[in-house]
Design a protein. Sequence first.
Length: 83
Amino acid sequence: MTTAAPERLIRIREIIAENIDVDPERLSDTALFIDELGADSLKLIDVLSALEMEYSIVIDMNDLPKMVNVEATYQVAAEAAGW
């Protein structure tokens, strides 16, 4: 893991918190967005779009169901960006 990876993870957590309307303090790496935090699919699409804009990447909509928590969302973004 490069030094940029922890910084990216922090930024991704911020993006997620902003878009699913949750306090960043409640946003653990494994908290499930829908089941535990009350997010809906539209908010997750907002997360996907925000990540694409932030990192100038394209995330396949087929990867949206994989984005269930911070860890999984980071992995989807990392795969799309080639980190």
